[in-house]
Ligand binder design. Structure first.
Ligand code: NI
Length: 169
């Protein structure tokens, strides 16, 4: 497995709208393995989207299980979601978000508190589940990447963007 290069804001390729995944073949699975490896080997890597490594397909990886947060009460562990859609939602939550593509800043963003998601798993089978709080926010954040949006496009107000403390390597 190898760590893939992450596009950084203001790279215009982060604005590309990604295409649906159609082939869940060997090449796709190999790419997904590298994407997972890249996420786990990045600071605070709780989620990553394929377009962040310049592959413009609708696949996101999420793993909220190791992240302590007051709204992270339950989660599904490692999620590999292709062609994800939010099919129902409820409530509101504002939490401080960060992004591997925007390493120097964090920001407060308003999201749905609870969501129901339909997606395809690593083999292309349709799955459906619901989640809430921190994991729901990470999924919404990653889903935005598939449509070329970053959290800084969604901050509540400009004063809700903050310079990030530097991570120790
Ligand atoms: Ni991001």
């Amino acid at each position: 497995m190898k760590k893939l290069d992450i596009l950084k804001y203001p790279d215009k390729r982060l604005k590309i709208v990604s295409k649906p995944v159609e082939n869940f073949d060997k090449d796709f699975k190999e790419f997904v393995d590298n994407l997972i490896y890249t996420m786990y080997n990045s600071p605070a890597g709780v989620g990553i989207a394929a377009p962040q490594v310049n592959k413009h397909i609708r696949t996101i990886i999420v793993d909220a299980s190791k992240y302590k947060h007051k709204y992270n009460k339950k989660n599904h562990g490692l999620l590999i979601l292709s062609n994800p859609k939010i099919i129902a939602y409820d409530g509101e939550i504002i939490i401080r978000e960060g992004c591997l593509s925007v390493p120097d800043y964090t920001g407060n963003v308003k999201r749905h508190y609870w969501i129901k998601v339909e997606a395809q798993d690593i083999n292309g089978n349709t799955i459906e589940f619901d989640t809430e709080g921190f994991e729901a926010v990470v999924i919404q954040h990653e889903l935005d990447h598939l449509d070329g949006k970053l959290f800084i496009d969604r901050v509540v107000s400009p004063k809700d963007i903050f310079r990030r403390k530097v991570y120790k390597k």
